[in-house]
Each structure stands twice: as C-alpha cells, then as structure tokens.
Design a binder for this molecule. Sequence first.
Ligand SMILES: C[S@@+](CC[C@H](N)C(=O)[O-])C[C@H]1O[C@@H](n2cnc3c(N)ncnc32)[C@H](O)[C@@H]1O
Length: 251
Amino acid sequence: MAVDLFCGLGGWTEGLLAEGYDVVGFDNERHVYGDQRYPAQLVLQDVLTLHGSRFRNAALIVASPPCQAYSYMAMPWKRGKAMAAAIRDDQSGRKLDALNALFNACFRIQREACEAAGHHIPMVVENVKGAQPWVGPAAWHYGSFYLWGDVPALMPSTRALKVASKSGRRTDVGNGVRFTSRDCGTGKQPVGFNDDKRRAEKCGGDWFGSGPDCSLMRQMSSKSSARKAASAQIAKIPFELARWIARVYRP
Ligand SMILES: C[S@@+](CC[C@H](N)C(=O)[O-])C[C@H]1O[C@@H](n2cnc3c(N)ncnc32)[C@H](O)[C@@H]1O
C-alpha cells in the first residue's frame, strides 16, 4: 500500500498504480476537470490533521505540498520579495514555520509512520526549485519537479525535458502533456526561473495551502475552472518520475 499526500489529479498515484500498489490519496479538495480526476481512493482531509501512525503498513509515502508561496517569492516581483523579506526578518521564526507547515507536516507524518511500524518507511516529497532557500537543498530534480526525502541514488534522466525546453516546444511526458517552453530568452533569470514562474502564475491561488500570505495571493489570482484545470495539469507529477519511484520502492 502507498500513500499519496496532497494527491491532486494523482500524478504520483498513476505511477504507483502502474507498479501494482494499492493507493490512498489525501487532499482537501476533489479535483475533477472533464474526464480528469484522481484515479484511486481519495480521502478528503487536511493533511495537517493526519497522524502518521495510520500509515504504519505503507510501503511508500509520496507527497506534493502546495508550491505557490515558494514560487511566488522566487520571482523578481516586488510583492514576492517583500513577502520573503518579512519571513526572513521575523526573528521568532513563526512566519517561516507557517510557510513550511505543509512541507514539514510530510516529514512529521513519515516519522510517526516509522515509529508506529518499527521500521523505516520511505517518503519522497516534491516541490519547486524556489522552495530550496526555505526548506534546504533538494536531493534531485526532474525538470521543474524538485525532490526531497528518500530520493533513490539512481534517477531517470530529464534530457527529454531539457531538449524540448530549449526548442520552446511542448513535449509529451508519459501520459500527461507537460509544458516545457522557456521563452524568456533574456539569459538573466536563474536556472528554473520560468519553471517556477509558470507554476506560480498558472497555479494561481488554486493550490494554496494555509501559509501566511495565501489570502493575499488568492486575491491576486483568477479562479476560473479553466485556470484550475491548467493548474492541476501543470502541477501533475510526470508519469516516468512517479513510476520510477514506485518501482524502486516496490515491496
Ligand atoms: C501541487 S498539488 C499536487 C499535485 C499532485 N501531486 C499531482 O500529481 O496531481 C497540491 C495539492 O495539495 C492540495 N492541498 C492544499 N492544501 C492542502 C491541505 N492542507 N491538505 C490537503 N491537501 C491540500 C491541493 O488541493 C492540491 O491538490
């Protein structure tokens, strides 16, 4: 059995199902866009309220906490910079804790699961490049999908994504279409700029968690269902990545 925290449309779950796992996904929203929906058992629950002991029998935990606050602060936008400065300047650390609440919850849940199981249960957490200043360096990245936790030593190449991104084309990754164009062309942006920018813009307020400035960002974003559908698709874990992790940890 595997657990998919913040499961969204189930990019992780599709890879897990393909490798024969039973999967339970947790999200605080049921995402349905046309024929796209989460493909396994979905539990509607705030991940912050989960106790990891209920996952003592899991073979693997995967998680994709919301990324928008991190993406937003990585952008050269006044409000993003101001938000980052406010968090850095907060000597109490409370703003940083609030920012990282959902990311850190994943590791608490894993710890509780391991304690209840009496053995290590692997977990892979995905987020954006822009999360690194706040949560520490990622172990690996697959295109714009940055990974923390029990990332296997051997990981698939992202060459296909990079080739496509240079040519500014869309590319098919697994069974989902990923947008890989990097069309800024100024050469001034840090690596990953457009990946995070795209995810910040496209995700809009749709995937926000309960961080400190979420309401501000929500106000700034459109909530049309087309936008939500685009957000969900952009945030979806590529099938190759999900299946690789699933295969490595298959019992
Ligand atoms: C980055 S998306 C996940 C994408 C997913 N891995 C996929 O492949 O489709 C983040 C998800 O977290 C959910 N979410 C946000 N805050 C949450 C919370 N406190 N508890 C549970 N789910 C939450 C959102 O509804 C969204 O589906």
